[in-house]
Design a protein around this ligand. Structure first.
Ligand code: ADP
Length: 257
């Protein structure tokens, strides 16, 4: 059974002008159906403004669907009361493009990670350091830096901290929205490898969003290509990358330096 199923999802934003709404809508997500197997990686690719972030916000229940449904592990999220959604929030976590903006600058790494771990475990005071150290090791960070603050780390290290925070509650689904776009090219593959290894080891399903087809091809099992709110091509990653059928996918491929 698919772990995540998006069925005929639409998100329409009303077009506004100075006087209010015009009656027109932007179809940011337009009849999208996709599924994601447990432990597999789905790459969602498309240029800026095609609706990728809107779709990921809809999956996270941060943006209501105009129609359609999001089914997580057999449960239709759109039908759940807000209280139940809050209870399940630990099941789906996000990693964002800019780790600096998503980490609290006033919180040490230790405090950030204890907070994230506490969503799943009730850690006694004397267990906290060991649990944070284990988590830091898992994402390739040296535990001796646990009492440092985000600004004391490099961009790649900060993204590792953001990834540690995301996996701490042992989510079933990870949404990674352009997680390497702000990083130096030399560091990008390290972070992509880390995400691949962690999701495979922990059986996490990942929706990986990027504007860059080569980045998506690097780690995804399947690729979905989005253009103006619609999925125009979907298939196994190698097939989409090596033999793109849709003209738009061919354009994305030609844009790779
Ligand atoms: P992407 O993540 O692929 O860059 P987005 O999901 O951010 O695309 O945007 C898709 C479309 O929806 C764009 O035309 C954007 O301008 C529009 N849009 C995004 N968020 C809003 C919003 N809150 N209100 C109105 N329009 C929006």
């Amino acid at each position: 059974m698919a772990y995540l199923e998006i069925r005929d999802a639409c998100v329409h934003y009303p077009v506004r002008n100075t006087w209010g709404t015009t009656g027109e809508v932007i179809k940011a997500v337009d009849h999208v159906s996709l599924s994601l197997e447990k432990g597999s990686i789905l790459g969602l690719v498309g240029e800026s403004g095609c609706g990728k972030s809107t779709l990921s916000r809809a999956i996270m229940q941060l943006q209501p669907l105009t129609s359609g449904s999001i089914i997580l592990n057999g449960t239709n999220l759109s039908e759940l009361p807000a209280r139940e959604i809050r209870r399940r929030r630990t099941d789906f976590q996000m990693v964002f493009q800019d780790p600096y903006a998503s980490l609290n600058p006033r919180m040490s790494i230790f405090t950030t990670l204890v907070e994230a771990l506490s969503q799943r475990l009730s850690l006694k005071k004397n267990e906290r350091e060991a649990a944070v150290a284990e988590l830091m090791n898992r994402v390739g960070l040296s535990p001796e830096h646990m009492y440092k603050y985000p600004h004391e780390f490099s961009g790649g290290q900060r993204q590792r901290i953001a990834i540690a925070r995301a996996i701490a509650p042992r989510p079933a689904l990870l949404l990674a929205d352009e997680p390497v776009s702000a990083l130096d090219v030399s560091i990008q593959s390290q972070i992509l490898n880390l995400l691949t290894d962690l999701t495979k080891q922990m059986g996490i399903s990942m929706l990986f969003i990027s504007h860059d087809l080569s980045v998506v091809h690097y780690l995804a099992d399947h690729i979905a290509v989005m253009q103006r709110g619609k999925i125009v091509e979907y298939g196994p990653a190698d097939a989409v990358f090596n033999h793109p059928q849709h003209e738009y996918t061919q354009t994305l491929l030609a844009a790779i330096p």
